[in-house]
Design a protein around this ligand. Structure first.
Ligand SMILES: C[S@@+](CC[C@H](N)C(=O)[O-])C[C@H]1O[C@@H](n2cnc3c(N)ncnc32)[C@H](O)[C@@H]1O
Length: 278
C-alpha cells in the first residue's frame, strides 16, 4: 500500500467559481488522504487537520483504495465487461479505470457537480471511461442514462460497484439502493461492495472529534455493525469468500497498524468488503 502524500499545487482549471474552490470538499480531501495532488489549499488544510488528530482516516482510505485496485481484474475474470460505479469521487490514485483490463468499460458517477466537472477534465478523452452526474439514492437514474443504455445494448455484461460510500448513507438508503439494484440486475450479477468504519470505537477521542468534524462539513458519518449491514443488503449475498476485512483482503495483519489506529477502528483495518452476487 502506497502511503506517500504530496502537497504540490495542481492548477485547477474548471469553470467552477473561485468561491467553490476555496471551500474544502470531502471528495478532494479524500484525494489528499490518498496522496493525490488534485486538491486545493482549503482541502489540504481541512484534511491535514483531521490527519493531525485522526490518522486512521487516511490509513483506512489508503487501505480501501488498495483493495479497490483488484476489482476491475477480478470482475473481468468473472466475465463482466462493464463496471458501473455509483459514488466515485475523483478518478485518480489507482481508481477503477486505471486498473481495468482492455475492453472493460467503466462508468463513474457522483452527486457533486464540482467533482463531476473536475473528473471529466481529468479524464479528458480517455477511451472506454464515462463520468456521469447521479444521486445514487435513486440508482435507476444512472442505469437509465443513455450512455449506460448504449453500453448495455452493445451486449456488455454489467457489474456494479458501491465502494467507500456506505459510511455517508443511512441504513434506509442502503436498504433501498441495494433492493432496487437487486430487482434491476440480471441473475449472476456481481456487486463489489464495501462498508468503511464498521464498528468504530465511539469512545475513542479521535473518533468523536472526527465524527463531529464531518457533521460540521455537512457529511454525517454512519457507524454500524457488520450484522446490521448483512441485514440491510438482503437479498444480496457475498460469494464463497464472504465479507473480508480490509486487512485480510491482502493478507495484512493488525500489526501493520499503529496502536492508536487499532484502538479507533479495531482489528479489521476499518471495515469489510465483499463481492455480492445475485
Ligand atoms: C469517499 S468519496 C469516493 C469514494 C470512492 N468510491 C472510493 O472508493 O474511493 C465519496 C464520494 O461520494 C459522493 N457521494 C456522496 N453521496 C452521494 C450520492 N448520494 N450519490 C452519488 N455520489 C455521492 C461524494 O460527492 C464523494 O465524491
Amino acid at each position: 500500500m502506497d502511503a506517500t502524500r504530496t502537497t504540490s499545487e495542481k492548477k485547477l482549471t474548471t469553470k467552477q467559481t473561485a468561491t467553490e474552490w476555496h471551500l474544502p470538499n470531502t471528495a478532494r480531501m479524500y484525494d489528499y488522504y490518498l496522496g493525490g495532488t488534485h486538491n486545493t489549499e482549503a482541502d489540504r488544510k481541512a484534511a491535514g487537520e483531521v490527519d493531525s488528530y485522526a490518522p486512521f482516516v487516511g490509513y483506512v482510505a489508503r487501505l480501501q483504495r488498495a483493495c479497490l485496485k483488484d476489482i476491475p481484474a477480478e470482475l473481468a475474470r468473472r466475465g463482466f465487461d462493464l463496471i458501473i460505479d455509483f459514488a466515485s469521487g475523483l478518478p485518480t490514485q489507482d481508481h477503477l479505470h486505471e486498473n481495468a483490463p482492455e475492453g472493460v468499460a467503466v462508468v463513474y458517477a457522483d452527486l457533486d457537480p464540482v467533482i463531476v466537472e473536475y473528473s471529466r477534465e481529468i479524464l479528458g478523452n480517455t477511451p472506454n471511461v464515462h463520468y456521469l452526474y447521479t444521486d445514487m439514492r435513486n440508482p435507476l437514474t444512472l442505469l437509465n442514462e443513455s450512455v449506460v443504455q448504449q453500453l448495455l445494448n452493445e451486449g456488455r455484461k454489467p457489474a456494479l460497484v458501491i465502494w467507500g460510500i456506505c459510511l455517508f448513507l443511512s441504513d434506509e438508503d442502503i436498504d433501498t439502493i441495494t433492493n432496487v439494484l437487486y430487482d434491476w440486475a440480471p441473475n449472476g450479477t456481481c456487486l463489489a461492495f464495501n462498508v468503511p468504519l464498521v464498528d468504530m470505537n465511539r469512545n475513542n477521542e479521535a473518533v468523536i472529534k472526527f465524527l463531529k468534524t464531518y457533521e460540521d462539513l455537512n457529511e454525517p458519518i454512519y457507524v454500524r455493525s457488520l450484522e446490521k449491514v448483512r441485514e440491510i443488503i438482503h437479498p444480496w449475498k457475498p460469494d464463497e469468500r464472504g465479507f473480508v476485512s480490509f486487512l485480510d483482503w491482502h493478507g495484512l495483519g493488525p500489526s501493520s497498524m499503529t496502536p492508536d489506529d487499532l484502538d479507533a477502528v479495531g482489528p479489521t483495518g476499518g471495515g469489510y468488503a465483499a463481492y455480492l452476487v445475485k
